[in-house]
Design a protein around this ligand. Structure first.
Ligand code: ZN
Length: 316
């Protein structure tokens, strides 16, 4: 084993119980979950609401936020108050509420200096008839307001069918919702600012959940730009690895790598995050399998992925 592997930052995920969650984080990923309503695995996170702990190696026992604070050299001395990305696996047994996120400038002004939220979804699995909400059908901001205030939800909400392997970019201002029967890997800016537009008139303990109508109307982009969400992915085939470039925007570059054999790559970025989404293998001889998440730090250089597995990587 290469001594370098001590530098790999393997993380312990944080599980979140939510009303709409299920058991697939246990059934599909073998994670220990707190209840049969577990909806989110915060797999790579330095957020206050779920700060991942390093599982092994040189930094075992430390949180990702403390590495960011005290060992910034691991991330190429990148600037910023907090680790910039957050990776989640989401098990939506039931529909999530319809929501929208602000951009950085709106969040800074209206949410105590918080970051806005750009996110993207890779569909890991879904029911045969599954669908997702991305965008709306209003022609302009005036119509957005009118449709929301008059509850014209069926006309307003744009629902589209999905299948395993689909990928969506959700820019700030995009109305969106994950619907029941869907498991996704989400790569997002490290922010938890969400405006809830509509919750299907559901009740929680006899009461509706809080909505954020005014802020939603203020940030929803109109008309919806279909091309902004449906990214054209580029597939590059290789002997031991096929790579699909999923998206590159100002916050992240996300790729999918299907490894079938042994491939040597180079980490020459500030850092590179990996999530194994299927199969098993090794990184520089260290065993990894579906559900493993790790970060290759700054200066890691060459590394070898070997096995039969699919991974999603992200970096800035
Ligand atoms: Zn969202």
């Amino acid at each position: 084993m290469n001594k370098n592997t001590e530098q790999i930052i393997f993380l312990e995920p944080v599980m979140k119980e939510v009303l709409w969650g299920g058991t697939r984080l246990r059934d599909d990923f073998n994670y220990e979950i707190p209840s049969d309503h577990t909806g989110e695995c915060w797999a790579v996170s330095a957020h206050d609401n779920g700060d991942c702990v390093v599982a092994s190696g040189a930094y075992k026992g430390q949180t990702l936020s403390s590495l960011w604070k005290n060992h910034r050299e691991l991330f190429g001395n990148q600037e910023g108050e907090s680790f910039p990305l957050l990776i989640k696996i989401i098990d939506a047994k039931q529909d999530l509420s319809i929501q929208v996120h602000p951009d950085d400038s709106y969040a800074k002004e209206n949410e105590n200096g918080s970051l806005g939220k750009t996110e993207c979804w890779y569909i890991l699995d879904c029911d045969a008839d599954a669908s997702i909400v991305v965008g709306h059908n209003a022609n302009d901001n005036e119509e957005v307001k009118e449709m929301i205030l008059n509850g014209r939800w069926d006309e307003f909400i744009r629902t589209i069918p999905i299948k395993k392997g689909d990928f969506f970019q959700i820019n700030p201002g995009t109305v969106h919702a994950i619907k029941g029967g869907t498991v996704i890997l989400e790569t997002q800016q490290n922010s938890d600012i969400t405006y809830r537009v509509y919750d299907y008139n559901r009740l929680t303990d006899g009461k509706p959940r809080e909505l954020h109508i005014e802020k939603s109307i203020a940030v929803i982009e109109a008309p919806f730009d279909v091309d902004s969400a449906s990214v054209k992915c580029e597939l590059v085939k290789g002997d031991a690895m096929d790579q699909e470039k999923l998206v590159s925007c100002s916050y992240y570059t996300v790729n999918k790598q299907d490894v079938h054999g042994s491939v040597t790559l180079k980490q020459d970025n500030k850092f590179r995050i990996y999530s194994v989404i299927d199969g098993e293998g090794t990184v520089d001889g260290v065993a990894i399998k579906k559900g493993t998440h790790f970060i290759l730090p700054f200066g890691y250089g060459e590394y070898c992925l070997e096995g039969n597995m699919s991974l999603i990587s992200s970096e800035q």
